[in-house]
Design a protein around this ligand. Structure first.
Ligand SMILES: NC(=O)c1ccc[n+]([C@@H]2O[C@H](COP(=O)([O-])OP(=O)(O)OC[C@H]3O[C@@H](n4cnc5c(N)ncnc54)[C@H](OP(=O)(O)O)[C@@H]3O)[C@@H](O)[C@H]2O)c1
Length: 295
């Protein structure tokens, strides 16, 4: 019989993260524990109690405060789960700060990069070592994060990069945003694009180190794209929501990936959308920058 599993989702008090917790809680067993994490104690407690009381919930659900910009807190949570439970089985790094087109992106850059990229790096560094054999360590990225979305001048910063090199590239991008030179250097104006490329590069860096052991062990490290999801995060940036999914719909293929016993080895270290790999080199640099222009 399999032992109780532990799952953890970041940025889970709403949106896709909440739907992932709801789905895990209904598809995992009564002995399993799902940790719904977020940065605000009240919002986390409310969301966790909502899932715990939902009629479809079968597993245990607990809320935990975890601000992913606090690398010490991320490391402490990983250590706690390692000491208390011998590790963790499913980790979904999902948190994102809001980005709005009505304020200059340079003013939003620090919080956005700290959550999406600093948070991803902290999650990969701290939870990689405590992932149990057969586990899943998943970063919620986007199809906008394939390498081809970057100007060719910038691609070598992320292609085949180590995690340290990805961190350095992110800091050089952040510095360029603050110096006002980002566009001249070829960085896309919409912060979400380089941020997602860097997330996928970080996943690829960790996966490259562990592939030989993880794949035979049935352990998966991957990025996922949930498609367009109707949440406050996406609303300001797209005109057409007719094809958008609800968070619960978008969570389904991600849940299939994290809860299935086996995975296609081709998924390892790659970006997976709706059960298929999106090639790393896909994409073209965004042309319609004006739509994404901040005042
Ligand atoms: N929506 C889309 O169309 C779409 C498409 C592709 C990829 N994605 C990705 O999917 C993920 C989830 O997006 P979503 O649309 O569900 O966004 P969302 O509804 O805005 O949820 C974002 C979550 O992240 C949390 N968060 C913000 N800062 C945090 C921090 N410092 N520490 C921990 N949690 C923090 C938020 O908490 P608070 O409530 O406290 O702010 C919230 O729970 C993101 O990575 C996003 O880039 C979304």
């Amino acid at each position: 019989m399999r032992s109780a599993r532990i799952a953890l989702v970041t940025g889970a008090n709403k949106g896709l993260g909440f739907a992932l917790v709801e789905g895990m809680a209904s598809r995992m067993g009564p002995e399993d524990l799902v940790l719904l994490t977020g940065r605000d104690a009240r919002r986390v407690a409310d969301a966790a109690s909502l899932v715990a009381r939902a009629p479809g919930t079968r597993s245990r659900v607990e809320g935990r405060v975890l601000d992913v910009t606090d690398a010490g807190a991320v490391a402490a949570m990983a250590a706690e789960l390692h000491e208390g439970h011998g590790g963790v089985d499913i980790v979904v790094s999902n948190a994102s700060a809001l980005l709005t087109p009505d304020r200059p992106q340079s003013r939003q850059a620090d919080e956005f990069i700290d959550v999406a990229n600093g948070g991803t790096h902290a999650m990969l560094r701290s939870f990689g070592p405590v992932l149990r054999s057969g586990g899943r360590l998943i970063v919620v990225a986007s199809s906008l994060g394939t390498l081809g979305h970057l100007d060719p001048r910038l691609q070598s910063l992320f292609d085949g990069a180590s995690l340290d090199e990805v961190e350095k590239a992110v800091e050089s991008w952040r510095a360029a945003v603050h110096a006002g030179s980002a566009e001249e250097l070829g960085w896309p104006r919409w912060l979400n694009v380089p941020s997602k490329v860097a997330q996928i590069a970080a996943v690829r860096a960790l996966a490259a180190q562990r592939r030989a052991q993880d794949v035979p062990d049935g352990t998966l490290i991957a990025a996922v794209c949930p498609g367009l999801v109707d949440t406050p995060l996406s609303r300001p940036w797209f005109d057409d929501f007719s094809q958008a999914r609800t968070p619960a719909q978008a969570a389904r293929p991600v849940l299939d990936l994290v809860l299935s016993e086996r995975f296609d080895p081709a998924f390892y270290g790659e970006l997976v959308r709706f059960g298929s790999v999106l090639p790393w080199r896909d994409g073209t640099p965004p042309k319609d920058q004006d739509r994404l222009l901040t005042p």
